[in-house]
Design a protein. Structure first.
Length: 64
């Protein structure tokens, strides 16, 4: 398993409570849910490498 980077994160208490409820609804820890949300946002924006190691922009450029 790859190691993970740890860092402190300060959140507004109301935001944390909302994340806590949402994470519980999805059967995830708050930390796991934050990581899931960030990964999904990055994926949607094409900022995560694709399974082939290419970013979305590179794939689109290759398609031209």
């Amino acid at each position: 398993m790859a190691s993970k980077k740890s860092f402190p994160l300060r959140l507004d208490p109301i935001l944390y409570q909302a994340l806590e409820r949402w994470a519980a609804d999805e059967f995830r820890s708050v930390n796991g849910h934050i990581e899931y949300l960030l990964r999904e946002a990055l994926r949607r924006e094409g900022r995560l490498p694709s399974p082939h190691g290419l970013r979305r922009e590179e794939e689109e450029k290759d398609a031209d």
